[in-house]
Design a protein around this ligand. Sequence first.
Ligand code: 13P
Ligand code: ZN
Length: 264
Amino acid sequence: MTNNEQHNQDIDEIKEIAGYLWERGWAERNGGNISLRLKAWDGETRNELIPLKDIPENLANAILYISGTGCRMRDLARAPFKYGAVIKISNDTTGYHFLECGQGEKNVKPTMEIGSHLELQSKMIADNPEYRAVLHTHPIELICLTHHPELSKDPARLRTMLWSTMPESRVFVPRGAEITKYAIPGGAELSKLTGAALHNFDVILWEKHGALGTGRNIVEAFDFIDVANKSATIILKCMAAGYWPEGLSQDNLAEMERILVNKC
Ligand code: 13P
Ligand code: ZN
């Protein structure tokens, strides 16, 4: 696939997923944000350096599509370059330039969660370079579980509960979900907690806030969160029906790990 064909596919997928986020009620107002590393971008830098602190060094010269702060996913689904931008990190990682932004209108400013996105993009380059996409969204049922007084304080139990709701959860979220303690949106602490969690997990839950997924593309990042949220929905529906879900047994889960996990 040429770079141009890859861009077109990436942008089509971003539009598709942004639409799903809105339809599901995961993207109230400006809720959620997207970043995707691009191989190249035709076009000159549009402006002087915009300084940004704490950019990881291995992101020097990286080119990213990034959603704009305050922008609505339902708008981005129609006009990804009006409500998002393509930026290039400077060689010395002291800031970034816009390569594409605002479709000729006022510059959009990258999401306030850019720190978490860059932490994750940096870890992905180091550990798993074919991973290019980061999605943050506000999936209702997963957020509900992060409010649970016991589960929210016991990541291993929460992870196993999500896995044990249905076989697909164990198979298609193979590394499971991690929960990070509450930290203020957009802050450096949240970025660090997020970066630390990525090494081992497919979905990161931000306590009382939302979820992040990573993947080779935005569809894959969405799928991890979507499957985990289905599991959360099952747990909540069982609880609403008056019983605690029995869940698949440890033996069932171990059998799947042997036969299906990372094999489908
Ligand atoms: P942005 O509009 O800055 O992307 O913020 C949305 C959000 O979900 C913050 O966590
Ligand atoms: Zn958020």
